[in-house]
Design a protein around this ligand. Structure first.
Ligand SMILES: [Zn+2]
Length: 233
């Protein structure tokens, strides 16, 4: 179920006290309307009943989509590269879900929306994070795009092209401004999926809550590969 509570805020403009509904958890099956409010961010907007001043309330929430089998712990703070996987103990909350359930924690509203877009399309966020990592480090290059173009820019998946052949990303520049879009061919995505299968560093031992972000991919790729010789002894 979805859970909520009321909090009181003081209007920064007229000092009036206002009540605001904070959603501690959201279940998109039971409350599909809340999903729309997350996507257009109106869930986080409070309007002062006295002067009409609008404020952005940055509360964290648990976003659960049972139909598409994913659960996201969301925190508004953008800069957090904490990638430890023991933040959430493997308790009863998770044991009821099967191994296919995707458990994540994300920081920043753009990352939350990206995960929702990806999981609703059935796309691997790990493969997409790998694509983004390779782009930013010039390991893969796109046609007509200079290799160093992605340095200092954040990119977010937004949708699949109508023919299903292209992953479409939006670029956020150094000043946080939303810029142009670009496409990545599904072939590159398939190659990244393949790498995830073959590269033991990405093998999953259990279904833990992960912060699948740039820092997470970076840590995986910087882990030395196990010495293959030990398998022969
Ligand atoms: Zn006010």
């Amino acid at each position: 179920m979805s859970q909520q509570h009321i909090e009181k805020f003081t209007c920064s403009k007229c000092n009036a006290t206002m009540e605001f509904t904070v959603w501690d958890s959201i279940n998109t099956e039971l409350n599909p309307e809340l999903k729309d409010k997350v996507m257009d961010e109106s869930l986080f907007l409070s309007s002062c009943p006295k002067c009409g001043h609008t404020a952005y309330i940055t509360f964290g929430t648990l976003y659960h989509d049972p139909e598409n089998q994913f659960m996201i712990f969301f925190d508004h703070a953008v800069q957090n590269d904490d990638i430890s996987e023991d933040r959430f103990p493997d308790n009863d909350l998770f044991s009821q879900f099967n191994r296919n359930y995707k458990l994540r924690y994300v920081h920043g509203i753009r990352n939350l929306k990206e995960k929702i877009f990806l999981f609703e399309e059935g796309i691997s966020d790990v493969a997409v994070e790998l694509i983004k990592y390779f782009l930013r480090n010039g390991i893969i290059a796109l046609k007509d795009v200079p290799a160093n173009w992605f340095i200092g820019k954040d990119v977010y998946f937004t949708h699949l092209s109508e023919d299903g052949e292209t992953l479409v990303f939006t670029v956020i520049d150094e000043n946080g401004k939303v810029g142009s879009q670009f496409g990545v061919n599904m072939d590159i995505y398939e190659q990244c999926l393949q790498k995830l299968v073959l590269d033991k560093r990405f093998a999953e031992e259990g279904n833990t809550v992960k912060n699948v972000c740039y820092a997470w991919v970076d840590a995986k790729l910087k882990t030395p590969l196990e010495n293959e010789k030990s398998d022969l002894s």
